[in-house]
Ligand binder design. Structure first.
Ligand code: Q9C
Ligand code: ZN
Length: 677
């Protein structure tokens, strides 16, 4: 459906006319650097280019007072000294004769983007704007912000499009207190912001930026603040990829799924990226591809991002490219660095979860229930299973590369030109496939296929061999980088053996770390080596069991809420911690997943391994299931699940038990800090 890029060159006009070290970082080159890089990468050309229009007086009036709008209008005719004097009445603000025009274009760009998405002209988009907006208030400019672009867009989406639930994700490194004030009593706008806080010692130094500010009146629980405090000595300088992903998995996304937004607006500031002089954080640009990707599973993929801060031109340009790439549906480059959230981040996440727990069912069960000492479900031996010995991460596996110095490791891994291939035999499959999903004709050589099949009785039949040949051919295409993702089918009786061969073939043909998510009745292949190269995760086992840190089984959750907590609380933390370079998802006998659930799982797993995901289906799966999987694997948004039921007590128990077992090895599972005794 496409991605809009909204821009107008006039927005480069506003600039600082006098000396002010605090304001000089907000300069015109921010826009040109981002746009130039999008062009260089060929990303701008893939977007629907929209020229920004000015927001009208009425539109600005959706969130600002008429007096304030007139005040800003008057700056057009002021001289430099008057501009400087007026600027001094606000905190961290400069006015320029072009400010009014630029700020109206910035707000108008957001309105155009929302209109394009909500009328179905595009799926999503980015507005490249300045001045930024999230600090600006009903009658005040603040922190380089004149009109509150994102807040105006949200109010417009409610008023002109009749929306009832809008999620605003503010990943800028500063607290968007302007947005918070404008919607703090409004339950139709869920506002999430993480921000550098340092216990109140970081700008804008507000008490109401802390985690216990959760909204007022009808809006209680619809303001979510995640303050980043000074990391301790055990941590690096600022928050990094693992901290950001953990905040999404353990705080934002559970609430967001429960909220079930119709639209996601992003206050996309990139001063939260590495290199930024304001934020001093550590997250690399690829992290923004992941954050964007994770948001695209909400609201049927209707995501509108608008630029806020971001003052390191190189970091800003890369991060903008990563965001646009993700919006376009390209697979996200793997994240660099150890995926271990720092203690300070976990403390923040835990205190935000505790502050929000009274208002959100998805947080209640998990945080109220203490970690069980004796699980309700047992490993086959009836006692806690032995976990593999070893250090903080999977030492046996090739460790993820350590982060090298700052920006010198920025690289793009170009997506293969063929995104998704299906190796399916059903004659009516073409009817449900998008036109650019290739239907594979080829098969692996007969002799080779037979050699792989030989150890397995269930692969002796002709249908099983034919299916295996197609699967091996597809897998080779993925491992050689010709194809990004794919779907293969197998007769139900041969599912386990086919999966076994796929794992062996993947490992022997270049995969360093292979994640296998097996749904339904599929056992871990008995001869699979315990060398840490394969993480086996069975969803659909009889009981929750962690037989080693690389062999995890959990029952299939019965309710949508349980399914979501299983994905966000178990599957994705393990997957992000493991950093696979190949993912196999097998829907085996009795998997019981409905299309939308399977699509959500596949869509979220696509964030791993550079999108190299091979889905294995049973031959008698419906064409609809194959179709929906093909669409999410090529980058389309999964359908939204609708309001989610709560997790059943059994689902919660299984998750709690596995967390207790696995947290010491898989740090991404943690959503609270260690207790220091
Ligand atoms: N060193 C935006 O990012 N100065 N505004 C803070 C602390 C003001 C940031 C000084 C920063 C405003 C949109
Ligand atoms: Zn900022």
């Amino acid at each position: 459906m496409g991605t809009a890029l909204v821009y107008h060159e006039d927005m480069t006009a506003t600039r600082l006319l006098w000396d002010d070290p605090e304001c000089e970082i907000e300069r015109p080159e921010r826009l040109t650097a981002a746009l130039d890089r999008l062009r260089q990468r060929g990303l701008e050309q893939r977007c629907l280019r929209l020229s920004a229009r000015e927001a009208s007086k009425e539109e600005l009036g959706l969130v600002h007072s008429p007096e304030y709008v007139s005040l800003v209008r008057k700056t057009q005719v002021l001289g430099e000294e008057e501009l400087q004097a007026l600027s001094g009445q606000f905190d961290a603000i400069y006015f320029h004769p072009s400010t009014f025009h630029c700020a109206r274009l910035a707000a108008g760009a957001g309105l155009q983007l929302v209109d394009a998405v909500l009328t179905g002209a595009v799926q999503n988009g980015l507005a490249l704007v300045r001045p930024p907006g999230h600090h600006s208030q009903r009658a005040a400019a603040n922190g380089f912000c004149v009109f509150n672009n994102v807040a105006i867009a949200a109010a417009h989406a409610k008023q002109k499009h009749g929306l009832h639930r809008i999620l605003i994700v503010d990943w800028d490194v500063h607290h968007g207190q302007g947005i918070q004030y404008l919607f703090e009593d409004d339950p139709s706008v869920l506002y999430f912001s993480w921000h550098r806080y340092e216990h109140g010692r970081f700008w804008p130094f507000l008490r109401e930026s802390d985690a216990d500010a959760v909204g007022r009146g009808q809006g209680l629980g619809f303001t979510v603040n995640l303050p980043w405090n000074q990391p301790g000595m055990s941590c690096q300088v600022g928050m990094g990829n693992a901290d950001y992903v953990a905040a999404f998995l353990h705080l934002l996304l559970p609430l967001a799924f429960e909220f079930d937004p119709e639209l996601v607006l992003v206050s996309a500031g990139f001063d939260s990226a590495i290199g930024d002089p304001e934020g001093q954080m550590q997250a690399t640009p690829e992290c923004f591809a992941h954050l964007t990707h994770l948001l695209q599973v909400l609201a049927g993929g209707r995501v509108c991002a608008m630029l806020e801060g971001g003052y390191h031109l190189e970091s800003l340009a890369e991060s903008v490219c990563m965001t646009v790439q993700a919006l376009l549906g390209d697979p996200a480059p793997p994240l660099s660095g150890l995926m271990v959230p720092c203690q300070s981040a976990l403390e923040s996440i835990q205190s935000a979860r505790a502050a929000q727990a009274p208002y959100w069912k998805s947080l209640q069960l998990q945080d109220v229930t203490p970690v069980p000492t004796s699980p309700s479900t047992h490993s086959p031996e009836g006692r806690p299973p032995p976990l593999l010995p070893g250090g903080p991460m999977c030492k046996a596996a090739a460790p993820a590369p350590a982060p090298s110095s700052l920006l010198d490791q920025l690289c793009l891994c170009p997506a293969p030109s063929v995104r998704t291939t299906v190796a399916l035999t059903a004659p009516d499959i073409t009817l449900v496939l998008p036109p650019d999903v290739i239907q594979q004709e080829g098969s692996a050589l007969r002799e080779e296929t037979e050699a792989w099949a030989r150890p397995h009785e269930s692969l002796a039949r002709e249908e099983a061999l034919t299916a295996l040949g197609k699967l091996l051919y597809l897998l080779d295409g993925m491992l050689d980088g010709q194809v990004n993702s794919g779907i293969a089918a197998t007769p139900a009786s041969a599912a386990a053996a086919t999966l076994d061969v796929a794992i062996q073939r993947g490992l022997s043909h270049g995969a360093q770390r292979l994640l296998c998510v097996a749904l339904g009745q599929l056992d871990r292949p008995p001869d699979l080596a315990h060398d840490g190269r394969t993480l086996w995760l069975n969803i659909g086992g009889k009981e929750a069991a962690a037989l080693s840190m690389f062999h995890v089984a959990t029952p299939l959750p019965v309710m949508t809420g349980g399914f979501l907590s299983c994905i966000l609380g178990l599957v994705l933390p393990l997957a992000y911690g493991f950093q696979p370079d190949l993912v196999l998802v097998a829907l085996g006998p009795g998997h019981g997943l409905q299309g939308p659930h399977a699509a959500l799982l596949a869509a979220m797993l696509r964030g791993l391994a550079g999108g190299r995901v091979l889905a294995l289906l049973e031959e008698d799966s419906t064409p609809q299931l194959a179709g929906i999987l093909a669409r999410v694997l090529r980058g389309e948004a999964p359908p939204s699940l609708g309001p989610s039921s709560v997790a059943s007590p059994e689902d919660v128990q299984a998750l709690m038990y596995l967390r207790g077992q696995l947290e010491p090895q898989w740090k991404m599972l943690q959503c609270r800090p260690h207790l220091v005794v």
